[in-house]
Every structure is written in structure tokens, then in C-alpha cells.
Write a protein of this length. Structure first.
Length: 411
């Protein structure tokens, strides 16, 4: 089975194609990566200091078709027609699908007229959560392709993608996107129950996973997501977007834990699994305001203390959740899980407590389409009542789409 996956939930346009092992009835996914393409808009958003949804939408619209062609070419599935065909009576329907992305309709119709249907068996697309205008580009694109090629459509939850990204075995510790894993992939297994800490630009959630797709949200942020806090604090320190890697780099230059600028550890002692990072962000702001001349050394010290505060809170709450629910595995996912210090602390904690730790390759921590393809594959080989493969012609399962949260997806 070949799955084409599309991800446009934030500022990364990504398309991946995987080929699963046909007769694999094993419980762990096995597949070959035929293509894994990604275009990051980070540089475009950096000038605004954060992601603007309408700018993200515009850029997705620009790049998604060239990226699809690139992915199909890489997967050896891009074949030109000798004679162009027409969309015929269905043209109106496709125009309607691309009502909000008219420029994409032109590119879509050119592709369909001039190229042959690729040998794809299912199209997976991120249905949320994410930025609505950005999500719709991927969803409408996937929907139109699914209809025109008559291929089933699998709407996938973005956070589930971040969970399964940790299943991929990394070939080495290389950060290089293209070479970080074998093309021929056998995934790690999950020993249930597991606790997943999902930390991204939009989410901070502790999720109990009792079995495949059996999720319970144990706690989440009451205000800012941890990645959002990183990005906002970076801006305060005059660092470009995305702030996480920038702060992390600065923090690494400060070797010890002591700080001239102590910051709070919000909700560190609360007896629940919720988080709060807005107060920490404000504390950074007040700290900066009190300093007449902020030197590069001071910036690094603040970054270091901020990172320590974040890591300590995340570590403590995750360990508590793990102990309470007797979890055998901890899973990290989302952009912030690329953070080196966080990974080191979690590795030590897991070792000390004899818990399995599943970490995504840093290159797969941030948004990508491979994780959406893997999630789709897991849904196919481990089907439950909530997800079935249906063609869009049978059922337009995305018509009631909104910004879905993990809870809404699963209920
Ligand atoms: O998962 P992701 O790529 O997009 C969302 O779904 O939101 O996460 C992006 C977030 C950004 O806030 C970015 O600053 C943060 O992940 N991030 C990091 C690191 N790399 C990315 N935060 C801390 N340390 C990093 N190394
Ligand atoms: Zn994400």
C-alpha cells in the first residue's frame, strides 16, 4: 500500500510518500520512505516575529503543487500524459472545493489534465489542530486529489502524528533531514500504558495512552503553549523566529544552573498535570525591564534560566503522570522535543526510573508529513471503529472540519 501524506497545519508545507510492506501483519509498522519533502516558511515569518495565518496560507498555496510534483517525481510516480484530458463536468465541483484558494485550482487542473494518476492507495491529510486557513489548503488539496483520483482520504490528527514520529528508528544522531533515518523503516514498539508529552508551538499536553488510539488527556497548558513561550521570550531577547532553537543555543553557552536572574517554575507543586507558561514569560519581561543595559552574557543567562524552568516543570509533571498511571513508556513529541537539554534530562530520568523513552529524531520533532503518513498507516493496520478508510465520494468526512483538538477527534 502506498500512502501520500500532506501536512499544512502551521508554517511547514510537507508531503511524504511511503510504501508499506504488503503482507506485514506484524504489530509494528514497516515501510519504505519513497519521498519526504518539506518546505519551511520560517524565514518568511521571521520578519514578522511569528506565524501569520494568512501569510502561511498564501505560502502553502504557492508551494504545495511544486512540492507534490517533487514528491511524485522522487517516488517515480510522476508520469506525463501524451494527450491532455479535461476535468469535464466535474470542473465546477473542483472550483467549489478551491473556492478560497482559486490560484490552486489553476495548478490542480493543469496537473490533472497533463499527468497520469499515480499508483497511490490512500491520501492522508492533517485535519487539525492547527491554523485554520493553513489547514484548509492541505485539506482542500487532499480532498480534490482524492476525488479526482478516486483514492480514499484519511484525515489525521496532527498531535497523533507527533506521537507516532517517535516510532521511527533513527539511523544515527545526525540532524540532517535527508539522512537521519534509513529509507527502509521498521518502527519501534510501544509498551503500553504510555504517557506522551506533546510540546509544540500550539500545544502542551500530557496524554495517557492505554492502547493504540486510546487517549486520555491528563493535563494541558492553561495559557501559553511551551513553544509559544519560547518564541515570545526569544522575541523579548531580540532573537528571530522560531525562538526555541535560538534560546536553546544561547542557553548552551551557560554551563551552570545558578542564575543571577531567577525565574519561577509555574505550577511545579500543583497536584494536577496542568501547565502554565504565561507567568514565566511575564517574569522574563519584568527581569529584562529592570536591566538598564542587556549584555549578550545576560541574555544567555536569562535564556538558560528560562530553559531550566521549562525543562524542570515538564520533567516533574511527566514523571508524576508516569508513576501515577504505571506507564511503561514515555513518548515525547512536537517541535520542543528537539530541545537538546530536555532530551538529556528525559533520558536520565527514564534510565533512573527504568522506563522506556521514545524520542523522535530531532528532524522529525518539528512538523513534517512523514509523521502523518505513519499515523495513517497505524490507523490502517490497527483499525478501530472511529476511523475507517472511505473515499471522499462515499463520505466527505472533512466537511464538518473545525480546529480539532485531540479530545474532539477522539470523542
Ligand atoms: O511541532 P511544531 O513544529 O509546530 C507546531 O505544531 O506548533 O513546533 C514548533 C515549536 C516552535 O515554537 C519552536 O520554537 C519550537 O517548536 N522548537 C523548539 C526547538 N525547536 C523547535 N523549542 C525548543 N528547543 C528547540 N530546539
Ligand atoms: Zn506540530
Amino acid at each position: 500500500m502506498k500512502i501520500l501524506a500532506i501536512e499544512t497545519s502551521c508554517d511547514e508545507t510537507a508531503i511524504s510518500i511511503i510504501k508499506t510492506y504488503e503482507k506485514s501483519n506484524s504489530s509494528t509498522p514497516k515501510f519504505i520512505i519513497l519521498s519526504n519533502q518539506l518546505f519551511s516558511q520560517a524565514k518568511i515569518h521571521a520578519q514578522y516575529g511569528g506565524v501569520f495565518p494568512m501569510v502561511a496560507k498564501r505560502e502553502h498555496c504557492k508551494i504545495i503543487m511544486p512540492l507534490l510534483k517533487l514528491a511524485l517525481t522522487e517516488a517515480k510516480m510522476f508520469t506525463k500524459r501524451k494527450k491532455p484530458i479535461t476535468l469535464g463536468a466535474d470542473e465546477k465541483m473542483y472550483k467549489k472545493i478551491f473556492k478560497k484558494e482559486p490560484e490552486l485550482f489553476e495548478q490542480f487542473s493543469a496537473l490533472i489534465k497533463n499527468t497520469k494518476k499515480p499508483k497511490i492507495d490512500a491520501i492522508a491529510v492533517t485535519k487539525g489542530p492547527g491554523l485554520e486557513p493553513a489547514l484548509w489548503v492541505g485539506i482542500n488539496f487532499a480532498k480534490a486529489l482524492s476525488l479526482v483520483w478516486n483514492i480514499p482520504l484519511l484525515p489525521i490528527n496532527h498531535m497523533e502524528g507527533h506521537i507516532v514520529a517517535s516510532l521511527l528508528k533513527s539511523k544515527d544522531k545526525s540532524m540532517s533531514y535527508a539522512k537521519a533515518w534509513d529509507q527502509n523503516v521498521k518502527c519501534k514498539t510501544i509498551k503500553f500504558p504510555a504517557v506522551a508529552l506533546l510540546i509544540s508551538g500550539g500545544h502542551t499536553e500530557l496524554v495517557l495512552i492505554k492502547n493504540w488510539f486510546a487517549y486520555k488527556i491528563l493535563g494541558k497548558t492553561r495559557d501559553d503553549a511551551v513553544g509559544e513561550a519560547y518564541d515570545k521570550v526569544a522575541r523579548m531577547l531580540g532573537l528571530p523566529y522560531p525562538g526555541g532553537p535560538q534560546i536553546s543555543r544561547l542557553a548552551e553557552t551557560i554551563p551552570d544552573k545558578s542564575s543571577r536572574f531567577p525565574l519561577p517554575r509555574p505550577m511545579f507543586n500543583s497536584d494536577n498535570f496542568d501547565f502554565s507558561f504565561s507567568g514565566l514569560k511575564t517574569a522574563v519581561l519584568y527581569t529584562i525591564k529592570k536591566i538598564p543595559r542587556l549584555t549578550p552574557k545576560m541574555k544567555a543567562e536569562i535564556a538558560n534560566e528560562f530553559e531550566n524552568a521549562i525543562v524542570e516543570v515538564l520533567l516533574k509533571k511527566t514523571l508524576l503522570a508516569t508513576q501515577k498511571h504505571k506507564a511503561r513508556t514515555i513518548i515525547l513529541g512536537g517541535g520542543v522535543s528537539a530541545n537538546k537539554r530536555l532530551r538529556k534530562y528525559f533520558q536520565n530520568m527514564a534510565k533512573e526510573n527504568n522506563i522506556e523513552l521514545l524520542l523522535p529524531n530531532p528532524a522529525l520533532s518539528t512538523d513534517n508529513a512523514l509523521m502523518i503518513a505513519i499515523a495513517a498507516y497505524c490507523r490502517v493496520i490497527k483499525p478501530n471503529k472511529k476511523t475507517e478508510l472511505t473515499t471522499t465520494k462515499q463520505k466527505t468526512s472533512l466537511s464538518a472540519h473545525g480546529t480539532l483538538t485531540l479530545e474532539r477527534l477522539l470523542n
